[in-house]
Design a binder for this molecule. Structure first.
Ligand SMILES: NC(=O)c1ccc[n+]([C@@H]2O[C@H](COP(=O)([O-])OP(=O)(O)OC[C@H]3O[C@@H](n4cnc5c(N)ncnc54)[C@H](O)[C@@H]3O)[C@@H](O)[C@H]2O)c1
Length: 459
């Protein structure tokens, strides 16, 4: 088993100082300064009051890119103490350990999660941010150790393993939140729950579209001096450093871009309709990259059976162009709503000219009062197609998220741990989108329509 190393004692800075410094200097700078090998800035001692009676002691398993994003958000949540971290890569352990130390969290560091669970007593929760293929092993072990778990999406790259997570949560009676963070984002809650579902602002939702387009990219590398020796890679099931770093692209460890990125957005289609899809037809391939295993592009069309009739949703993920970036559009007979986790790319509604008025919604504070006109062409003698019916204006949504994108979802998890508040993305719900995206990869392979049966979405 791996070695357990306690990080040395160090001073820290207060939460208020942290928030102040991150607001002024930018979190990127704060994170960069935390990289190991760099000196942490002089820090004031952590205030004694920081350790309150309702403090939650949390372990983080998987301290790579996303583990660090979650850590950064958790540092902003009062009374959450990161007591232990685990990662098989010394690079990730050191980076995260040093970052935490800077903010007064003296986390014990472990290579192997089994050592962490055996040694750490008095933990209150675990965060799992390892690659998809080991989520089930890590989450199930933590649940069985009596810990509520926040586990990153995708639940797993195997439906069988994802199912085991739902069953283990059920059997142990522990909370299992899956990291589809848009489910706790107040902008998405406002748009989907309040405007689309409650107020029926779009009328009947007839078509959805979402995309995640990324520019072409090289494989991820690693600092040579932090290369993991082959015996350790073998022990943890990785064939090589290339596969270890680029796990998403290989079938053993991940689900490719369709699962990695699509999981967030396909989940939204189901949220809007309150039900998973009834079928998917998809096309895709490994057409550009030579050294991947998974499809580098997928286009999929889902059908949803709604009480108003059928709604189709088109989804695409591209990895050779970032054209348009990532966003979702929900369209209906009376208007459309464009959302993106980056509000500049989508946080507004557009009304069809014939639709019932929206001024009363604006008066009630559900939309911003003034529709921002879309810039008109100054060219004269341009004949407008008489079939154009959309009102020339955007109605910005009034809700903003003044926090990192993952913070509300973590807050929802910790509220559930403390007070029993319902989880926004419990395992059963996440399992539905896991089925939808994993089966989409199968539909690409089979080159045929895949029909879902309702029981397929139940673990
Ligand atoms: N919710 C989101 O917006 C979001 C964004 C990015 C990634 N993710 C998810 O977060 C998870 C991690 O992704 P990432 O981008 O951080 O990947 P990453 O490769 O950057 O980090 C993974 C970390 O896990 C460690 N690891 C691998 N196997 C391990 C094991 N057996 N035990 C302990 N540690 C192990 C690695 O050493 C690495 O530090 C994935 O499930 C991914 O889908 C979610």
């Amino acid at each position: 088993m791996g070695q357990a190393t306690k990080t040395p004692a160090a001073g820290g800075i207060s939460r208020r100082d942290f928030l102040k410094s991150s607001a002024t200097a930018g979190l990127g700078a704060a994170l960069a300064g935390a990289a190991f090998g760099q000196d942490a800035p002089p820090a004031a001692p952590a205030p004694a009051a920081a350790k309150g009676g309702d403090e939650l002691r949390v372990a983080v398993i998987g301290c790579g890119a996303q583990g660090r994003v979650l850590v950064e958000s958790m540092l902003r949540i009062p009374s959450v103490r990161i007591a232990a971290i685990c990662d098989i890569w010394s690079y990730s352990r050191q980076y995260t350990g040093n970052y935490l130390k800077k903010y007064g969290h003296l986390a014990a560091a472990y290579e192997d999660y089994r050592d962490l669970l055996a040694s750490e007593k008095g933990l209150d929760a675990a965060i799992v941010a390892t690659p998809d293929w080991v989520h089930a092993e890590h989450a199930n072990a933590c649940l069985r150790a009596g810990l509520p778990v926040y586990c990153e999406k995708e639940m797993s790259n195997s439906l069988e393993k994802a199912r085991s997570m739902v069953l283990t949560a059920r059997e142990t009676g522990q909370l299992l939140q899956i990291g589809h963070q848009r489910r706790s984002n107040p902008r998405y809650i406002h748009a989907i729950d309040r405007l689309i579902r409650d107020k029926k602002i779009l009328g009947r939702v007839t078509v959805n579209f979402a995309q995640w387009n990324r520019a072409k990219a090289d494989l991820l590398g690693w600092p040579e001096k932090y290369a993991i020796d082959q015996a350790t890679l073998d022990k943890y099931g990785y064939a090589s450093m290339t596969e270890f770093r680029n796990w998403r692209l290989y079938k053993k460890y991940g689900g490719g871009p369709m699962v990695d990125l699509g999981s967030h957005q396909i989940d939204l289609f189901s949220w809007v309709h309150g039900a998973p899809p009834r079928s998917v037809v998809a096309s895709g391939g490994l057409d550009y990259y030579r050294n991947w295993e998974w499809y580098d592009n997928v286009m999929a069309i889902y059908e949803y059976e709604t009480k108003d009739g059928v709604c189709r949703a088109f989804y695409q993920v591209q990895t050779t162009t970032q054209h348009g970036g990532f966003y979702e559009t929900f369209m209906g007979e009376n208007g459309s709503l464009v959302l993106s986790e980056i509000p500049q790319r989508g946080n507004w509604a557009m009304r069809e000219a014939h639709a019932p008025e929206w001024d009363s919604l604006a008066k009630a504070g559900l939309l911003q009062s003034e529709a921002v006109p879309i810039q008109k062409s100054s060219t004269k003698n341009i004949y407008v197609d008489v079939r154009v019916t959309a009102e020339a204006g955007r109605w910005p949504l009034p809700v903003e998220l003044a926090k990192p994108a993952h913070q509300p979802h973590l807050e929802n998890f910790f509220d559930a741990v403390r007070h029993g508040t319902p989880l926004n993305c419990p395992a059963e719900l996440a399992y539905e989108s896991c089925v939808a995206v994993l089966r989409t990869n199968e539909a690409v392979k089979a080159r045929r329509v895949f029909e879902f049966r309702p029981e397929m979405f139940k673990a």
